[in-house]
Design a protein. Structure first.
Length: 135
């Protein structure tokens, strides 16, 4: 009886281990497929053309909130915009994620996070600042 029980437990263990191994291999193959698809999309993307004003705006970020406030004040189209919440953060290393017309999605480091904003421009001034997300 003990031999029969031992054989059954061993057989179930082999079936369990074998079935778990197949799922891991499928996941590895899925990741390879996703990586190839992502590489293909990245190769087709055109470089983002950024306006000189946006370049100058981002160039003013030095990791302190004072410089962010200064950049907003210099390029804001309205007085209310000069008080935007973006100016409360010590932001550095800004970069453009995407562009559509005169609007840019910008990411910048803020401490341990990355803050994402959409900035739209008109006549060399910031027409709107929209906070999108924090990563």
């Amino acid at each position: 009886m003990k031999k029969l029980l031992s054989i059954m437990v061993l057989a179930l263990a082999v079936v369990f281990i074998t079935s778990c191994g197949d799922k891991k291999e499928e996941k590895k193959d899925d990741k390879k497929t996703d990586t190839v698809a992502t590489d293909t999309v990245k190769a087709e993307e055109a470089p983002i053309v950024v306006s000189p004003e946006m370049e100058e705006f981002m160039g003013m970020f030095d990791g302190t909130y004072q410089k962010v406030e200064e950049a907003i004040a210099k390029f804001a189209s309205t007085e209310e915009m000069k008080e935007d919440e973006m100016g409360m953060y010590d932001m550095s290393e800004p970069g453009i994620v995407s562009a559509e017309g005169d609007c840019y999605v910008m990411e910048a480091k803020a401490g341990m996070t990355i803050r994402v904003y959409k900035l739209c421009w008109a006549d060399g001034k910031i027409a709107s600042i929209e906070f999108i997300e924090m990563k």
